[in-house]
Every structure is written in structure tokens, then in C-alpha cells.
Design a binder for this molecule. Sequence first.
Ligand SMILES: [Zn+2]
Length: 253
Amino acid sequence: MPPRRSLAVVLRATDFGELDKLVTFFTLGFGRLSGIAKGAKKSRRRFGTNLEPFSLVRLHFFDKEHVGLVRVDQCDLLASFQALRQDLPRLACGLYALELVRELTAERERHRELFTCLVRFLELLAQVGPRGPLVVAFELKLLALLGFEPQLRACVGCRQELPSGTPAALSVEKGGLLCARCVPGVAETIPVAGPTLDTWREILHAELAHAAGRPFSQAALAESQTLLPRFVEVHLGRAIRSRGFMEEVLCVR
Ligand SMILES: [Zn+2]
């Protein structure tokens, strides 16, 4: 059984029995993996604080069955993102991002671009703090990279192109926007303003730092903060638990 290794972000770590830890990683090479770190609860010498959420590590592991849990052999810390653990708003946004990745990715399904996007998000969150646009940009990019992005260019009913600057209605169930003619036949549509849609279109193709730093109107931000979580919830079939905590901390509600 040859050892394997990959860059990885720690998504979650919980105690497992008397001595061990059960750790969920998002790895560059193998997607989301969970594994047992033997002795990690007791022996700080071997793992230190490398198994805490947010840590970017080089993970060495054994994968006997190619299913189920792996055995964590070693974790070399590359970046701890300590700033995220020392500031409540940063912590809340960071935990939300980790939960999004944990819940929306399938086990052992590789998403290299999403891995890069998550690491960039954690870097920016540590550097510039918990700005609303950063979280919105991450949500949109995550949806796009996993193939769930809302169809923003054309009506999902009649396929007609939607010109920029014009409002449309979002149907979460149909996975995109509807033009004014198609709205009446569809239940539960949500109107979205033209500038908000233009912002989303731009963010989807921009680098995360640019997307987070671009001017964002209060109206576009508020609309995004309401609609994107609903979009996520429909795909997932339930709410993201840490969303409420983040909203309380950031006083969004
Ligand atoms: Zn239409």
C-alpha cells in the first residue's frame, strides 16, 4: 500500500475515541476525503495544530480500499490562516465557506479549481477581512465550479438572450433566469434587479480578489445575500447551518 500525498485544507476535525481524531480534508488531488489521525488527540508532537479547520497542509496518507476512511500518516503545515481563528467575523465567514465545500462536494470527487478558489478565499479573508462581496463572490464561483451556476445569459424558458441592465426573475427550481414573457407560467420566481445580474455576470469571470474588491451597490449586495443562499439550499435540499451564525455575527439580518 504506497503512501499518497496531496495538498489539502482541513474542513473539520472531531475527536474519535480516546486518542484519535476524525478529520475531513478537501484535497487538491483527490477531492474531499475523511481519515483517522491515530493518536492525534494525545500526541501534539506528531500533528501539532495542523489538523485544525482552515489549515493548509501537505497530507500524507494511506488509502487501502479506495473507499471510506483513509489513514492519516503525516501533515506538514503550509499555512495556518491563524487570523481566521482570532477574529469572530473572519471565523464565521471562514466556517461558512468550509461548510459549503464540505456539503456541496461529493467524497473523492476532484475539483482542482475549487481547491485553488478556496485557498484564495481563505487568504483574502485573512488579509482584508469579512467583506460581504468576498463571500458573495465565493458563493457564485463555487456554484459555477460545481456546475450549479444559475443560467444568467439567457431565459431558461425560451432561450432568448437577456440583455445586460435589464431585470429578470430567478427561478431557483429551474436553475436560472426567466424573461418577462415566461414568468407567468412558473411558480415561485424572485425578481432580480438588472445591476445585480450584471454584477453576478462580471464576478463569475473575474479573479476572486478583483470580484471581491469591485464596487458593489448595497442593493446588489442585499439581493445577493438573500438569493444565493436559497440557490444553494435548493441544490443541497437543506440549509447550510453555519450561515445563520455568520449572518448574526455580521449583522446581515
Ligand atoms: Zn423567456
